[in-house]
Ligand binder design. Structure first.
Ligand code: IVH
Length: 685
């Protein structure tokens, strides 16, 4: 872990004034829509340089200087906070942590007995005001003294209930953010709406929180990290004296989400060695998280220690943020590659000067489409901010215009499909080869034949290519019409392989609808979405007859995705017709079209249960892939999920189950061995 990052050197008063302006602009952009022309590291370096210059030249300090101000003095709102919302001081490594703790203990005149170590969530601080147990107002941090009313978001934030378990008047403080899935969904929605996307989850959350009249709704997530009782009740009095860790237990008991349900739950420890050990555990868990963290917060747990330590104008003295390396950095855009995907979509990809982000080296990043490149004024050779954290695919955010040298060149835009050389349909923001799916027939057929779709064993890519080259097939439906003689006529194809392949085609015809549907490669529908669609409608006929409204009844399909699915289904209609003619199964076993009654569903052994599978399966489940396990769970009425939370009803834990099992244990979630689970769902195996 790095120690103090270097600071920007400021030689004279002019440079100082420029530095202050740059920091003020960057901070204003960061706190208004979450975009910034500086990455976090550069901003921290700059502010440190400003601080050093001001220490040497106190007479030159500008009133606009960001030093000593919450949020760099960037934002003001009109709702006064009852208690100021402060920042945190930072440390950048073990050594600084030790000296911070030493100075705190000197101030207290005694050692700190209990430390709370928790993740520093990378979102936006909000204060959620509950009156007699009801959520009445939501306020951003603003300048720390007053914030903006963002109550219009109430009801769209996962983890922040409208009502608490008890009728208390309390302010909950916490972070609003977007998980990787919420971010992907928000980007899809914005892309469908105006062709643009969000730069990163944090800026997406900032924009979403502050925008009132968006025609689409993006879901947010809340994690609480503090509570301030606001009435004179007995409960309030008791809460005030509780240690921080117990306040947080109370908060989650009220139905509010805290990091206790994540792999980076807060822990209570008594020595700095233990603090450091937990810091390292949280840092190691970071890359796997579904949400962004930018550090670890270390707090004195006891109310008495906190009261004695008090506050500076900017931050509490009883807590500190241990910063982790940034997930956003500036690097050079070296080239842009254009690739045609399986469905014919032509997408640009940035080639970057390699940069380390969140534990991995990033050399490629997503760019969205030609219009987006033009809108953002990106050029080859530009310095660009790049974001990568956890599950989020690396992405180029924006050019850093003030770092331009004049040597930047326009990005070449293709005039023909980079895959087949045919024309490009650029009538939509997402460009497409005019040949559509046919352009990348090999890739689409390979996908359709893949293990999680039709699972056609023995159909290698070179065989697909050979079949396309000789003109025996043009899409994967044609596979089912291949004759023995045709196959035998191919080079390097013997009797046995031919018979094996024909048998594999025969087996593939019997795959459940979910897999047949997935094989179609309808945009926006991967494996789990295909399963949901198949279970919802039961037959291909029902899916095809569905309107956009009907499709929206499937969980996870919103008003943006539904029309895309309908349009795609029209496009692949000839393919579906061919599959039907070939005798491919078009129904989902266990689902009677749309007339499954609620009773029938609730009779299923896993009805309404969220189930997570972890570790190696054994016994009768040994041969099942994860996808097949998930299919089994859903056939039995459950919902397959990949992460354990308080909502998980059952964890199937085999040999070598790791952190998911531990977490299930700590949350008291029911755990079953593969054998016990097999018994439970025996009739669906
Ligand atoms: S405690 C008095 N705990 O970090 C301020 N803050 O850089 C006490 N943050 O404004 C804040 N995770 O928005 C606390 N576990 C956590 C946090 C956390 C993220 C944010 C918070 C604060 C900012 C300071």
């Amino acid at each position: 872990m790095s120690e103090t990052p270097p600071m920007t050197m400021i030689p004279d008063e002019t440079a100082y004034a420029e530095a202050v302006q740059l920091a003020v602009d960057a901070s204003a952009a960061y706190y208004s829509d979450g975009t910034s022309t500086l990455d976090d590291d550069s901003y921290d370096r700059l502010v440190r340089g400003i601080e050093a210059y001001e220490a040497d030249h106190p007479e030159q300090v500008l009133p606009t200087s960001p030093t000593g101000k919450v949020a760099g003095g960037a934002v003001v709102g009109d709702v006064p906070h009852t208690v100021p919302m402060l920042s945190l001081d930072n440390v950048f490594g073990a050594e600084q942590l030790v000296s911070w703790a030493a100075s705190l203990e000197r101030r207290l005149g005694r050692p700190v007995e209990a430390w709370s170590v928790e993740a520093k969530l990378d979102g936006l601080a909000v204060s959620a005001r509950y009156r007699r147990g009801r959520l009445v107002q939501l306020v951003t941090r603003g300048d720390g003294v007053a914030g903006e009313d963002v109550s219009h978001n109430i009801g769209t934030i996962v983890g922040l209930p409208d009502r608490l378990a008890e009728p208390v008047t309390v302010e909950l403080r916490g972070e609003v953010m977007m998980t990787a899935a919420q971010f992907a969904d928000a980007c899809d929605k914005r892309q469908a709406h105006d062709g643009t996307t969000f730069a990163n989850p944090r800026s997406a959350a900032a924009g979403t929180l502050r925008t009132k009249d968006r025609p689409y709704v993006c879901e947010l997530t809340f994690f609480g990290y503090g509570a301030l009782p606001m009435d004179e009740s007995e409960l309030a009095a008791r809460l005030r004296d509780l240690p921080h860790s117990q306040i947080m237990e109370w908060v989650s008991g009220q139905g509010v989400q805290t990091t206790a349900v994540t792999p980076v739950a807060g822990v209570l420890v008594s020595t700095l060695e233990e603090v450091q050990a937990r810091v390292e555990e949280i840092a190691a868990a970071r890359a796997e998280l579904e949400f962004g963290i930018d550090g670890i917060v270390i707090k004195c747990d006891l109310a008495a220690d906190q009261a004695l330590a008090g506050f500076s104008s900017r931050a509490p003295r009883w807590a500190v943020a241990y910063k982790l390396p940034a997930t956003e950095k500036i690097t050079k855009l070296l080239a842009v590659e254009w690739n045609t995907g399986r469905t014919g979509i032509i997408a640009p990809r940035a080639v970057l000067e390699p940069v380390e982000l969140d534990g991995s080296v990033v050399t490629y990043a997503t760019l969205h489409n030609a219009a987006d490149i033009a809108r953002r004024g990106l050029m080859l050779g530009d310095s660009v901010t790049v974001y990568k954290a956890g599950d989020v695919i690396p992405r180029v955010e924006a050019p850093v215009v003030h770092l331009r040298t004049g040597d930047e060149r326009p990005i070449p835009i293709p005039e023909v499909c980079p895959s087949c050389g045919d024309a490009i349909d650029s009538s939509q923001e997402r460009w497409r080869c005019v040949r559509g799916r046919a352009c990348r027939a090999i890739a689409s057929i390979e996908y359709a034949a893949g293990r999680d779709q039709l699972d056609i064993e023995g159909l290698a890519v070179n065989r697909i290519k050979q079949l396309l080259d000789v003109g025996f097939i043009t899409d994967f439906a044609d596979l089912f019409f291949l004759t023995r003689d045709q196959l035998l006529s191919l080079e390097r194809m013997g009797e046995t392989s031919t018979d094996n392949l024909l048998a594999a085609f025969e087996r593939a015809k019997g795959q459940p609808l979910s897999r047949v549907f997935c094989a179609l490669g309808v945009r926006g529908t991967g494996r789990s979405m295909s399963r949901r669609i198949a279970r919802h409608f039961g037959t291909m006929d029902a899916i095809r007859a569905a309107t956009a409204e009907a499709i929206q009844e499937v969980e996870g399909i919103g008003p943006e995705k539904a029309p895309v699915v309908v349009a795609e289904l029209i496009e692949v209609a000839p393919l579906i017709d061919k599959l039907i003619a070939a005798g491919v199964n078009m129904t989902e076993p266990g689902v009677e079209a749309r007339d499954v009654t609620a009773d029938e569903v609730s009779d299923l052994p896993l009805a309404g249960m969220s189930v997570v599978v972890t570790g190696a399966m054994s016994g009768s489940l040994e041969a099942l892939s994860r996808n097949e396990m998930n299919e089994l769970i859903e056939r039995a009425g459950g919902k397959a999920s990949s992460s354990v939370s308080a909502k998980t009803a059952l964890v199937v834990a085999g040999e070598k189950a790791g952190s998911k099992r531990t977490k299930a244990e700590s949350l008291g979630v029911r755990i079953a061995t593969p054998e016990e689970f097999a018994e439970l769902v025996a009739s669906f195996l």
